[in-house]
Design a protein around this ligand. Structure first.
Ligand SMILES: NC(=O)c1ccc[n+]([C@@H]2O[C@H](COP(=O)([O-])OP(=O)(O)OC[C@H]3O[C@@H](n4cnc5c(N)ncnc54)[C@H](OP(=O)(O)O)[C@@H]3O)[C@@H](O)[C@H]2O)c1
Length: 349
């Protein structure tokens, strides 16, 4: 990599625009959201691009194509990209080589690509004499694609665990009914969150008791464009007339209790994020194994009493073994409270 002759601060505004463009692409799917802007010698944006998902051109290629459509040359320009340009040929060609070939003089990026196959683009560019500046707006870049980064480095999908409970910590009444503990606004958020994960997972009991559809629907009742794969875990059979069998994102029954093995096999299929929707037995299994990255605890203003606690045994017999969380966000949705929390230390949940 050559020595930087320009300062990273010069590129912050352009990187913020590239980050904004990245959000245009889908949050789900095997590939991360990436944005790119091309700057002329006065750091004015002359072309923009972003990645629209697996199998479509990468952000850098879209920006170069848009530049060519404007009749401009890339010779001597600076490419500002939210992720290190890739160095491998997947469904599309390597971006680092395309930038090189186009005559780009400088590449500025936010986040290094940890992918064993895709990483190494910066080195390739540096060796070819291109000025490379890494780490501009790195925190914002990492936050944008944290699920993807996590799934690539941990070799398993990001796990969001969600449950709805009464203020006394029950997820169902004594007869097993649980619809509805939270109100419409909270449920609308849950549907949106479903649409932003690659898969959802529920325990077999939830299917037998509730027969849920588990589709991701807008408040108007329409299906979101992205539907997660619906997975049911447990040995008992999923009834032939269960609504989840008709899930538009696909349906799979995993006749097993090994949550780690399930996540590993989903990771091998490039499934980057899962939304675990309970019930309490399945939720507790994920927690007990330390496999939860974020919790969404939604609370409706009611008391239910009775046996159906949100979480069962986690193997905590004394306070020293408690699973400590950091609450990262508190929302008031209608009459409900929605907490977002994360494990305090990696693997502590
Ligand atoms: N409020 C909420 O957010 C919410 C969400 C979902 C459900 N619910 C309510 O919760 C109740 C169902 O919860 P639940 O706890 O009884 O059932 P569950 O978690 O939905 O399913 C539990 C069953 O799944 C199987 N299973 C799969 N993986 C497992 C593992 N790692 N460890 C143990 N068992 C595993 C077992 O069945 P096999 O023996 O057949 O393998 C087990 O009996 C219903 O009343 C439902 O209405 C509430």
């Amino acid at each position: 990599m050559t020595m930087a002759t320009s300062s990273p601060a010069e590129y912050q505004a352009a990187m913020k625009r590239a980050l904004e463009l990245a959000t245009t692409g889908p949050r789900t799917g095997p590939n991360p959201q990436v944005g790119c802007v091309l700057l002329d010698s006065s750091n004015t944006i002359v072309a923009e691009g972003w990645h629209e998902g697996s199998g479509t051109p990468h952000a850098e290629i879209m920006a170069l194509t848009n530049l060519a459509h404007s009749g401009l040359s890339a010779e001597g320009l600076t490419a500002v990209v939210t992720l290190e340009p890739c160095a491998h040929t997947g469904k599309t060609g390597p971006c680092a080589e395309a930038l090189l070939k186009a005559g780009i003089a400088r590449v500025v990026y936010a986040v290094s690509d940890p992918g064993a196959a895709s990483g190494g683009g910066a080195e390739l560019l540096g060796t070819a004499g291109i000025e490379v500046i890494a780490g501009v707006e790195a925190s914002a870049g990492e936050a944008l694609i944290e699920r993807w980064l996590h799934s690539v480095t941990a070799s398993r999908p990001w796990v969001t665990l969600k449950w709805a409970m009464s203020l006394d910590g029950r997820t169902a009444a004594a007869d097993g009914t649980s619809q509805w503990i939270t109100g419409e606004e909270t449920r609308a958020k849950v549907h949106r969150d479903r649409s932003e994960h690659d898969a959802i997972i529920v325990g077999i009991n939830t299917v037998l008791v509730d027969n849920p559809r588990l589709t991701a629907r807008t408040p108007e009742g329409d299906l979101y464009p992205h539907q997660p794969l619906a997975i049911v875990m447990g040995h008992r059979e999923v009834p032939q007339d269960a609504l989840i069998r008709e899930h538009p994102g696909g349906f799979e029954h995993v006749s097993d209790h090994d949550v780690q093995a399930l996540l590993t096999s989903l990771g091998e299929r490039d499934i980057r994020s899962v939304y675990v929707e309970g019930g309490a037995t399945l939720a507790s299994a994920f927690l007990a194994e330390g496999l939860v990255d974020e919790l969404h605890i939604t609370m409706g203003p009611m008391l239910l009493g009775g046996p159906n606690l949100a979480i069962t045994d986690l193997g905590v017999s004394t306070m020293a073994d408690a699973h400590h969380l950091s609450i990262t966000y508190i929302q008031r949705l209608g009459e409900d409270i929605v907490l977002t929390a994360r494990p305090q230390q990696e693997g502590s949940l």
